[in-house]
Design a binder for this molecule. Structure first.
Ligand code: MN
Ligand code: MN
Length: 300
C-alpha cells in the first residue's frame, strides 16, 4: 500500500536529518580515531537534529563489510591507510531512512569508494516505477565492473518500512533473473558494495556479534534480564540496537549476566558481522529513495 502524505513527510524529515548527519560525519572520521567516538558522534548528531537512531552507527573497516558497531568499552581505532564504511539510519515515528559512505585513507580504497558512489548514482538515475529488480542489479554490476572492480554478490539493498529496516524486498547488486518489480510509492535503500577484482566478492558471517534485535518479549526469572528486556521493547521495538545503548539500565555488576541470559533464552538475537570471504577490502555507498512513476526522489 502506498504511503500517505503524512507518512511521506515523516520519511522526508527522517532523510533530511540523516543527510545532514552523513555530510558532517564525512569530515569527522579520521585515522587513529577511536571507533566508539565515530559511533557516538553520529548517534548524537542524529538525536541533536531531532531524529531517533534506526540502528547503531556501523563502522566497518577494510574486509569487514557491514554490521560492526562498537561494543561497550571498545578500544578499536581507525587504522592508518584503511577503508572505512560508515552506515547510519534515522527513524521518525518509525519511518526509516538508511545511508552510508566510505572514508578511504588509501588510493585503492578511494577508487573503490568513488566506484560505489558511481554505481549508486547510476542506479538512481535509472530508477522508475515498474522497473524489474534484476535490471537494477545489472546496472550496478556493469558500472562496478567497467571500473575494474567487483560487486559483493550476496549483499543487497532493501525496501524499508515503518519500524522495518528490511521490509521484504531485496535489491540485488548483481544481474539476476527476477520478475519482481519496484513500484511507485515504495521506499528503498540502494547500497552497492565494491571490492577488488581478485576477491571472492561475497561475505561470510563472522563469529563476532555487536548488533542485536528483539525476538520475543519472554518472561525471565532474572529481574535484571527482565528490566533489560523491558527497556529494549520500549525503546527499540523491532529495530536493531547496540549493547552499549543499555549502559546504566541495570547495575553494572549485573549487566553481563542479564544480557547473556536474554541471548540464551532467545529473547534477543545478534546480527553477525559480515566479512569478505577472501579478506579483501570493501567500499559501500547508500541512499534511501522514494520510487516515482518516472524516476525517484532521493530522501537522503
Ligand atoms: Mn545502511
Ligand atoms: Mn541498508
Amino acid at each position: 500500500m502506498p504511503y500517505d502524505k503524512e507518512e511521506l513527510a515523516k520519511f522526508r524529515q527522517s532523510g533530511k536529518i540523516l543527510k545532514e548527519t552523513r555530510e558532517e560525519m564525512k569530515t569527522y572520521v579520521k585515522e587513529n580515531m577511536p571507533v566508539i567516538d565515530v559511533c557516538e558522534k553520529a548517534e548524537e548528531l542524529i538525536r541533536k537534529k531531532g531524529g531517533k537512531t534506526a540502528f547503531p552507527c556501523n563502522v566497518s573497516i577494510n574486509e569487514v563489510a557491514a554490521h560492526y558497531t562498537s561494543p561497550p568499552n571498545d578500544t578499536l581505532t581507525i587504522p592508518e591507510g584503511s577503508t572505512v564504511k560508515v552506515d547510519i539510519g534515522v527513524q521518525i515515528d518509525g519511518y526509516v531512512t538508511d545511508t552510508a559512505f566510505t572514508a578511504a585513507f588509501n588510493p585503492e580504497g578511494k577508487s573503490m569508494a568513488n566506484t560505489a558512489e558511481l554505481a549508486l548514482n547510476t542506479a538512481i538515475e535509472n530508477l522508475h516505477g515498474d522497473m524489474p529488480l534484476g535490471k537494477i542489479g545489472t546496472i550496478i554490476e556493469n558500472t562496478i565492473k567497467n571500473r575494474g572492480f567487483k560487486p559483493i554478490s550476496n549483499l543487497t539493498g532493501h525496501s524499508v518500512g515503518r519500524y522495518l529496516i528490511h521490509a521484504g524486498t531485496s535489491i540485488p547488486n548483481v544481474a539476476q533473473i527476477s520478475l519482481t518489480k519496484i513500484r511507485a510509492g515504495e521506499v528503498y535503500a540502494i547500497e552497492p558494495f565494491v571490492t577488488v577484482p581478485e576477491a571472492i566478492a561475497r561475505v561470510d558471517d563472522s563469529p563476532e556479534v555487536t548488533i542485536y534485535r528483539l525476538i520475543k518479549a519472554k518472561s525471565t526469572k532474572n529481574p535484571h534480564a527482565k528490566t533489560l528486556l523491558k527497556h529494549i521493547e520500549t525503546n527499540f521495538r523491532t529495530l536493531p540496537f547496540a549493547e552499549r545503548w543499555l549502559n546504566g539500565v541495570v547495575p553494572k555488576e549485573q549487566h553481563t549476566q542479564a544480557f547473556k541470559e536474554l541471548l540464551k533464552e532467545k529473547a534477543i538475537a545478534g546480527y553477525p558481522v559480515f566479512v569478505e570471504a577472501s579478506k579483501k577490502p570493501v567500499a559501500q555507498a547508500e541512499h534511501t529513495v522514494l520510487i516515482k512513476e518516472d524516476g525517484c526522489e532521493v530522501l537522503t
